[in-house]
Design a protein around this ligand. Structure first.
Ligand code: ATP
Ligand code: MG
Length: 555
């Protein structure tokens, strides 16, 4: 993309106007995750937006951890978030930043507000404070501590910092307007006492700033020009602006809001995703069923397809719900274009080619991709015993050629990239189940049309029984059975799909065992699969179903 492209949404229009008016010579954005969980597909939208704008307008985008709440934050999340942003294809400007880097400045600025008569230490208990706060249609009342002198406030706040008071005993509040129609302006909390170690600052602090007191000030310190957040922060904007106006900040950032991504059949809340992990519903944050970036990655979704999806859904100011089929469509499109083709038989039926001697191995060649010769070719060993899928054979010769384009007793079918064969007889076990099909190959049909009178019904896939390898296939389905699992009365855990994972053993063409972890394939006629990032090895091949070949859900 270049700046000559038309603005594609309201934020681009705003930025182009700011640049044209000379308000800024270049833009700065930031992606500000709280390190209290892994990033999900909603965050991907925010990442693509913030980093994408910086790229398009040759500005910069910071990665900043909003680590003001020591209780829920951990280093593992910090590491995972960095990896996810990189994997999506973005690079932050300079070093990673932490809100906690600025705790000294925030403390100074809190003192500044106290000295200006704009903040006070309040001793109301949480219950009392909430009573004093009123509600949307009822103005709040002033706290009895609101009139404390500057000296008293400075003394008490210093002692809060020194650890003299218990958690919850006191807070520092801004002195704004208890009657404001905007609840966020009713003397919001600036600092709370929390006697907890922090993953960055250790035991240096026992008071921590609130999100509201931290966020805009972080933006100001970093020189962020456009601070982009989701719509639920719209009502916080007057407070954001109040801090910027009332503090000696080096820059004046502005906050803009856009609609968060909601996907049907999907839960996008770190708290709820954490519950799925903690209760072992999934194997971890990177379980391929999770809508986390690392889960989607392990599932075989590509970074480029996720970015494309974020482009497709656009950026608006009105909330809506996106059909998860759109995401799946983007993945399928990308894999159809880029994934190498391969063969795997999930439900094997043995076929013995009676006119091929035992021990003979013929090398067949097949294109890695039908439309991409540059992707090269692969070799497929063809042997006397092969597997085809059980569903690709029937004894019922009354089925029309149109209905059943596979192998029928007494008729022909083409084996993909190999011979045309004819099914001559079946072998059954005592229960009457077919255990083997005996067939003959038609000589000279590799890459050539069969002779007159030989009419294959279709083309099916196969794997050599003696040269093929066994693999574990993890067949995934949607994690939730309800299209809005967390938007109703019921607990979202009720809608977890008990059949979201099935493990099957399959036969795979031998070269697939050497696939690199995360390499994706189209298993012909079966679906898109990826070599599992964690468990796949040449000795024990493991593939995850990324997505089926067609959208079979719904309709
Ligand atoms: P969660 O509700 O999952 O905990 P969060 O908003 O608390 O999400 P943060 O780590 O604070 O998570 O979010 C980092 C950034 O990602 C914020 O700017 C936030 O607005 C954005 N973001 C979070 N969820 C979504 C979403 N569903 N769609 C778009 N952006 C999102
Ligand atoms: Mg949050």
């Amino acid at each position: 993309m270049s700046i000559t492209d038309k603005p594609s949404h309201f934020l681009e229009q705003i930025i182009e106007k700011d640049l044209a008016d000379g308000k800024f010579s270049s833009i700065s954005t930031r992606f500000p995750p709280e390190p209290n969980g892994f990033l999900h597909v909603g965050h991907a939208k925010s990442i693509c937006l913030n980093f994408g704008l910086a790229e398009k307008y040759q500005g910069q985008c910071n990665l900043r951890f909003d680590d003001t709440n020591p209780a829920k934050e951990e280093q593992v999340y910090v590491d995972a978030i960095k990896e996810d942003v990189h994997w999506l294809g973005f690079q932050w400007a300079g070093e990673v930043r932490y809100a906690s880097d600025y705790f000294d400045t925030f403390y100074e600025w809190a003192l500044h507000l106290i000295r200006e008569g704009n903040a006070y230490v309040c001793d109301l208990s949480p219950e009392e404070a909430s009573e004093y706060r009123g509600w949307a249609t009822k103005p709040g009342k002033d706290s009895p501590y609101r009139t404390r002198s500057v000296e008293e406030n400075l003394d008490l706040f210093g002692r809060m910092r020194a650890g003299e008071f218990d958690e919850g005993a006191k807070v520092l509040r801004a002195k704004i307007d208890m009657a404001s129609s905007n609840m966020n302006l009713r003397d919001p909390i600036l600092y709370r006492i929390r006697k907890q170690s922090h993953h960055q600052t250790g035991d240096k602090w026992c008071i921590y700033p609130s999100y509201d007191f931290a966020h805009g000030q972080e933006d100001a310190i970093e020189g962020i020009t456009h601070s982009i957040c989701t719509l639920e922060f719209q009502d916080h904007r007057p407070l954001y602006d109040w801090f910027i106006e009332n503090l000696p900040v080096p820059h004046k950032p502005r906050q803009y809001e856009f609609a968060r991504l909601n996907l049907n059949y999907t839960v996008t809340s770190k708290r709820k995703l954490k519950k799925l992990v903690d209760e072992d519903v999934v194997s971890g944050w990177d379980d391929p069923r999770m809508p986390t970036i690392s889960g989607m990655r392990r599932r075989g979704y590509t970074a480029s397809a996720i970015r494309k999806f974020c482009d497709m859904i656009g950026v608006t100011r009105s909330d809506g719900i996106v059909d998860v089929a759109m995401l799946e469509h983007a993945i399928r499109d990308d894999l159809n274009e880029n994934a190498a083709r391969a063969m795997a038989v999930l439900n094997p039926l043995k076929v013995v080619i009676t006119n091929l001697p035992e021990g003979e191995v013929q090398a067949m060649t097949a294109a890695a991709h039908p439309n991409r010769p540059e992707m090269g070719e692969r070799t497929l060993p063809f042997t006397r015993e092969i597997y085809i899928d059980r569903s690709d054979f029937t004894e019922d010769s009354t089925l029309s050629r149109k209905k059943f384009k596979r192998l029928v007793l007494g008729e022909w079918v083409r084996l993909r990239s190999a011979y045309v064969i004819r099914a001559d007889e079946v072998v059954k076990d005592d229960a009457g189940k077919i255990v083997e099909v005996r067939a003959t190959l038609v000589p000279g049909t590799v890459g050539e049309n069969p002779p007159e009178g030989v009419r294959p019904r279709g083309v099916i896939h196969w794997v050599s029984a003696s040269q093929g390898r066994q693999a574990e296939l993890r067949i995934y389905d949607r994690l939730f059975t309800h299209e809005a699992p967390d938007r109703g009365e019921e607990d979202f855990m009720k809608y977890v799909n008990p059949e979201s994972l099935q493990v099957v053993q399959a036969w795979i063409e031998p070269g697939l065992a050497d696939a690199a972890p995360e390499q994706g394939f189209q298993f012909e006629r079966e679906g898109y699969f990826v070599a599992d990032r964690v468990d796949h090895t040449a000795e024990h091949p493991v593939f995850n179903l990324t997505i089926g070949l067609k959208d079979t859900q719904g309709k």
